[in-house]
Design a protein around this ligand. Structure first.
Ligand code: REL
Length: 793
């Protein structure tokens, strides 16, 4: 029993990514944040930044949410102790005096970016930041430590009530972050965010406006993010057309940017009022420049992250050019003109403002053809919209002073098929792609496209967590994220069970996203039945059915206060994905009653979203958009498929090679990655050389078959596009085969790869003698092997 308790303690320690330094029971020298029916008083500097004041107000409200007691605020630090002192270094006289007296060791805080120290000294709890956001992050760190989720408002996560809160003595240091600018892009808001804001949350504005943005900004700070690309579709009024939005961003110290197609904070779909063809830098340079200049004049005083370059009005190529050569010339002129505007309206005497060039879609090709990007501009690599980063800086490029960043998607509207509904990108994939990018210099800007934000809570948080402190996450700690998240949101009793269902949810949807069940892509000529065998479909049905039962069992075990959050974060996504699969596969089998029942059930649980949390989310969850712009893009219009009788592929005994057993200290198993949930890759990601992976397998005695080796890999893009991803396979030390495990970016094969979430290479081996064989695979970093399988021909 004792041993069990010890193991449990070890497990809990390993899992705890949230702070555990606040307890409900007094310990020696602990600071009484709330004790004996009294909450310690807070004191802020009279000249505290707006964001510090906002954060302190939020967290004082959090303390009341947890304990029922709201801390008072004292105008002066001469107030009797216990006191919570909150301030930015150099801006809080009492904190500065403690530092000067040598009582408060702030370490490397002075001049650091967004860093903070939380410490107990002289019967005070001190939260001191290096700058305004650092201080605010420190205050919100305390909120997490007392058990308040960053999603307490956005997903109705109820904190566990506590009578007392004691802060353990000691000094805790945080920051600087792994990535300088970290944020989200609210994109494709036509389904949830915009209709909900317009009808339910902010009817007076009738749009996504200051009330909604205020909640978004608070969330970003709680998640230790600092940047926002605002909603930008035609259904939404452009962010900067309402000056209250930018003023609010400034109060919350949120750095405002704009997407790849919206240079210098201009939302073209909503703001370019001249005829569309005039958005043309060849024929109307003065007109476009004046349009940008106007925004610099009104918003240049705020803290912004400026997108440079130019594309079309929306997500399209630059207008008025006929060749790549001309596009490059025009873009270089655009850079020069835009930087001149920044120089005039923004640049302080010494520091140019942060600028990015996002090499999205066709723009990456221009960069690869030699487009010259000013050295101090951050080049932001795009993913391929499906979660696989398209480019990595070479060692030479990494010398650029502007450095690099990544624009990543966990939601997407576009070809070959959108995914705008559930969030099914496994945390393990986000880690694999983003940590790999970081290892190749992408540490200046990380932006994630989160679609409507809900239900993308888990992916959003994990992405921003990585950006805040990437060092915590590696192949050995990755699996700790979900249990810690589940324990924080729903309590420890059900955390393991929730982790288990979420892991299975990610794995099942790694085989096919629920939005991509139609087994064809617009790139193929006609609809096709799924490539699964009946056995595989039955197994998928059974796995989803088990998940649904388990989710309902967990829901029944949770207290009423946790129900709304559980529905939003776990139950709806899992039931939704299961029903979408049932609807599709039953339809494909011609089982109309089951397919139609699943369709009705899917509509019913979606409608339930309108009723939870007393109707707070009415209008947020829809299978179709509220406007007519993007019909049938979310999960695809559903109808019973009409296929001829299916030809079942012969289900012949294949041999699965035991890849995890072959892992080495270089080829590492990444838990939760791939169809297998245990794909292998070379880690650390900047390992400079190739490494060998050796697998043994047995061929059965009676066979005289020819064999094909299937190498299933994730559709990652090569780290070095010039040399691809060469793989050498050596069989029994006497036969060597080579292949290039790359897929041409944007091709039909690429489309299949991202929809299947794997690419399969088939290598004919011919006959194999019965008995033991050895296969050695040698490749470089960047290749992710999901499974190796031998099939008899
Ligand atoms: O960056 C993106 O993902 C966007 O360009 C696209 O997703 C696009 O705006 C889309 O919303 C509609 O075209």
């Amino acid at each position: 029993m004792k041993r069990y308790a010890f193991l449990l303690l070890l497990l809990t320690t390993a899992r705890a990514f949230a702070a555990t330094w606040v307890s409900s029971a007094p310990t020696a020298d602990a600071f009484p944040l709330v004790a004996n029916g009294h909450a310690a008083t807070w004191n802020l500097s009279p000249t505290a930044d707006a964001v510090v004041r906002l954060a302190a107000d939020d967290v004082r409200a959090d303390i009341e949410r947890v304990t029922g007691l709201r801390p008072a605020e004292a105008a002066t630090s001469a107030h009797p102790h216990p006191l919570v002192l909150v301030g930015t270094l150099g801006n809080h006289p009492r904190i500065d005096a403690l530092v000067a007296a040598g009582k408060l060791d702030v370490g490397e805080l002075a001049g650091a970016w967004e860093s903070f120290v939380i410490t107990t000294v002289d019967r005070a709890l001190v939260i001191v930041g290096s700058d305004r956001r650092g201080t605010a992050f420190g205050v919100y760190e305390l909120a997490q430590a007392i058990g308040v989720s960053p999603w307490h408002w956005w997903a109705d996560v109820a904190p566990a009530p506590r009578n007392a809160l004691y802060v353990a003595p000691g000094t805790r240091r945080f920051g600087p972050p792994s990535v300088k600018y970290r944020g989200i892009f609210l994109n494709d808001e036509d389904w949830g965010l915009q209709p909900w804001a317009a009808e339910t949350f902010e009817p007076a504005t009738g749009d996504i406006g200051p009330q909604t943005y205020e909640k978004v900004f608070e969330l970003l700070l709680r998640l230790k993010a600092n940047t926002l690309w605002p909603a930008m579709h035609a259904c939404t009024q452009a962010f900067n057309l309402n000056p209250a939005n930018a003023a609010l961003a400034d109060a919350y110290a949120i750095v405002m940017g704009s997407s790849h197609a919206e240079p210098l904070l201009r939302n073209n779909v909503g703001e370019w009022t001249a005829p569309k063809p005039d958005y043309n830098y060849v024929s109307n340079r003065d007109g476009v420049r004046a349009y940008w200049e106007e925004r610099m004049r009104t918003n240049g005083a705020y803290e912004n992250l400026y997108t440079l370059g130019m594309r079309g009005i929306h997500d399209s190529g630059i207008q008025g050019t006929t060749s790549d050569e001309q596009r490059i010339t025009v873009l270089e002129q655009v850079f020069a003109d835009q930087r001149e505007l920044l120089e005039t309206y923004v640049t302080s005497s010494t520091t140019p403002p942060p600028q990015i060039f996002c090499a999205y879609k066709e723009v990456l090709d221009l960069y690869r053809q030699g487009l010259a990007v000013p050295d101090d501009v951050t080049i932001v690599w795009p993913d391929d919209n499906f979660g696989y980063v398209r480019n990595f800086a070479s060692p030479d490029e990494q010398a650029r002073s502007g450095g690099f960043g990544v624009y990543y998607h966990i939601s997407y509207l576009g070809r070959p098929m959108a995914y705008l509904w559930l969030n099914t990108t496994p945390p393990a994939l986000i880690w694999e792609e983003m940590a790999k990018s970081h290892a190749h210099g992408a540490d200046q800007v990380w932006i994630v496209n989160v679609g409507d934000l809900k239900p993308a809570e888990i992916g959003t948080e994990f992405f921003l967590d990585l950006a805040w402190d990437l060092r915590r996450w590696n192949p050995d700690t990755l699996a700790d994220f979900l249990p810690a998240w589940a324990a924080r949101e729903f309590g420890s009793a059900q955390a393991d069970a929730i982790t288990d269902v979420m892991n299975r949810y990610y794995q099942l949807n790694s085989v096919r996203k629920p939005e991509h069940l139609q087994w064809w892509t617009p790139l193929k000529e006609s609809p096709q039945p799924s490539p699964f065998t009946s056995t595989e479909i039955d197994a998928r049905f059974a796995a989803f059915a088990t998940l649904r039962t388990e989710v309902d069992r967990i829901a029944a075990a949770l207290p009423p206060a946790r129900q709304a959050a559980f529905f939003q974060l776990v139950s709806y996504p899992i039931h939704g994905a299961a029903l979408a699969n049932q609807r599709y596969f039953a339809g494909e089998r011609g089982d109309a009653p089951t397919a139609h029942a699943a369709d009705s059930a899917l509509h019913a649980i979606t409608a339930e979203f309108d009723t939870i949390a007393d109707g707070k989310w009415r209008g947020f969850m829809r299978l179709e958009p509220a406007d007519n712009d993007w019909r049938s893009m979310r999960i695809g219009a559903w109808e019973m498929p009409h296929f001829p009788a299916k030809i079942e592929p012969a289900d012949r005994a294949a041999i699965d090679l035991d890849l995890p057993a072959a892992a080495t200290d270089v080829w590492r198993v990444i838990p939760g990655l791939g169809h297998s949930g245990q794909a292998l890759t070379i880690w650390p990601f900047d390992t400079p050389r190739k490494a060998a992976l050796t697998v043994t397998f047995d061929v059965p005695p009676t066979t005289d078959d020819d064999w094909t080796l299937e190498l299933h890999r994730l559709p990652t893009h090569p780290i070095d596009p010039e040399h691809g991803q060469p793989v050498t396979l050596t069989l029994d030390d006497d036969r060597t085969l080579t292949l290039d495990a790359t897929t041409p970016d944007g091709s039909a094969a690429w489309a299949d790869g991202v929809l299947n979430q794997r690419v399969t290479h088939r290598i004919e081996l011919g006959p194999l003698t019965p008995g033991r064989h050895t296969l050695t695979l040698t490749a470089g970093p960047g290749l992710v092997i999901d499974e190796l399988r031998l099939r008899p021909d």
